[in-house]
Design a protein around this ligand. Structure first.
Ligand code: ZN
Length: 249
């Protein structure tokens, strides 16, 4: 009786898998019909494709994707097909550390889809042990080639750190951003959250600080970068235009 039930369950699984195989060619056909350039857009990255990438090629690809985002020319993707394909494993190109800000839809910002990038988010895009561990997983274990720290203009978390806001758990969170405020002490103008140039200077310093903290606090990632296996890069997102520009160290 029990054996019968087990066989029946196995039979169902085999049937479902057979069905999935039967469905796939139809999906592939519909993808092909909708444009040749969509072929790869509907496929998730394979291990071989990931290995063939370089840190510079990944950065260039993300910046090109950002141009499409800015021009409202995002690639149309079959998300359902990608979800099904990605179930077998993930081989993303990059780890992006973004602020929490809802106006930065990270995958869209770089015109990426399911399985393309790891995204870590925290208000003020700073690093801590958990974020560093996630980055080490993304690069050392899962093979991503680039770490991109993505700060942005008019960051509310940076403004709150400048104003030294004290509120619940926000106080402890802002302590991670305060060092960037201290490091911006040589700013020539008025050091106030009401001064947009000062806020911009601290936002950019906060990005540079996250990049340097990754190298300083992760021997694994620092070694990978020294060997040219990955790059750790800062970038600045403009809330007004949607464009991303690289922040030099
Ligand atoms: Zn922010």
């Amino acid at each position: 009786m029990v054996r019968g039930v087990i066989l029946s369950v196995i039979g169902s699984v085999v049937f479902v898998e057979a069905l999935a195989f039967a469905v796939q060619p139809a999906l592939a056909q519909s993808t092909k019909d909708s444009g040749a350039e969509r072929g790869q857009a509907d496929r998730v990255l394979s291990r071989d494709q990931q290995v063939a990438l370089t840190p510079d090629s990944v950065l260039a690809e993300l910046l090109e994707g950002n141009q499409r985002f800015v021009q409202d020319d995002l690639t149309t993707r079959n998300h359902s097909a990608r979800v099904r394909e990605a179930y077998a494993g993930q081989f993303p190109k990059a780890v992006v550390l973004s602020c929490l800000d809802s106006r930065i839809p990270v995958e869209d910002v770089f015109d990426r889809g399911v399985g393309d990038i790891f995204v870590a988010r925290v208000a003020g895009n700073f690093v801590n042990e958990d974020i560093l561990g996630s980055m080490e997983f993304g690069c050392h274990v899962a093979g991503a080639k680039l770490i991109l720290v993505l700060g942005h203009t008019h960051c509310g978390a940076v403004v709150a750190a400048i104003d030294d806001v004290q509120l619940g758990n926000i106080t402890a969170m802002l302590a991670n951003i305060r060092p960037a405020v201290e490091e911006s002490g040589n700013f020539a103008g008025k050091k106030s959250s009401a001064n947009p140039e000062y806020v911009q200077a601290v936002c950019r310093q906060n990005i540079r600080r996250a990049v340097s903290q990754i190298r300083k606090r992760s021997t694994i990632l620092e070694a990978m970068e020294s060997k040219g296996e990955i790059k750790i890069v800062g970038a600045y997102y403009d809330l007004k235009t949607g464009s991303v520009s690289v922040v030099e160290d």
